[in-house]
Design a protein around this ligand. Sequence first.
Ligand SMILES: Cc1cc2nc3c(=O)[nH]c(=O)nc-3n(C[C@H](O)[C@H](O)[C@H](O)COP(=O)(O)O)c2cc1C
Length: 218
Amino acid sequence: MSLFRLDASLFPATSASRELADLVEAEWLAAHPDSTVLRRDLAAEPVSATAWAAAVTAKGTPEAERSDEQRAAVAQAAAIADELIAADALLFAVPLYNYGVSQHFKTWFDLAYTDPRIDPQGTALRGKPATLVTVLGGNYAPGSPREDWDHSTPWLRRVLEDVWGLDLRVVQRPFTLVGVNPALDAFRDAADELRVAAEHDARRSGQEIADLHRARVA
Ligand SMILES: Cc1cc2nc3c(=O)[nH]c(=O)nc-3n(C[C@H](O)[C@H](O)[C@H](O)COP(=O)(O)O)c2cc1C
């Protein structure tokens, strides 16, 4: 039994997304003590920015004519797909960067998505239990001044839930920069409440993906 865990924080030592993902992982392991955890840290080992183009162009290139880079990219995509398909549950911890999706996550996703088992026609991941943990320095909730500036969470949800078909829970913690950026000091109480709520959601989602897996194999 195994949990696949991906982290995309650039600052692991102080990472709020890692803290929340640790809570999810702890609940999974409490329910499935024999499980292994396969970790992929995209900040430590990013996917090359040129791998996706190499894998895409390889598709139209006869095997014998492919460059070394194209061959390596196709193999790497297959290795990522193997990891995802083999796992019993998936955990993604992805911060908001520059109002959009983490470059490291996008590069990883794009390459994975070239593999025929999980491409637009692929069905290998459908129904797999998964949690997305995402953290935002600010707060983009409805009614806030920048309510539609988070272009990461909707995309992540779209590709993980609708495209890959994962049975997805989303845990979100906004306002992680409160206490770091003095301009946000007025929001300390709200940020504390949001942190506590996110921690609760993280624990619950860990229990839920553990239960879902149990139900899938029963
Ligand atoms: C380079 C960089 C860009 C960021 N861009 C945004 C942003 O556009 N909007 C936002 O709300 N927070 C932004 N943040 C804040 C992060 O989302 C926040 O610090 C988050 O907690 C980082 O995840 P981590 O704690 O897991 O490392 C940015 C942080 C960094 C380092």
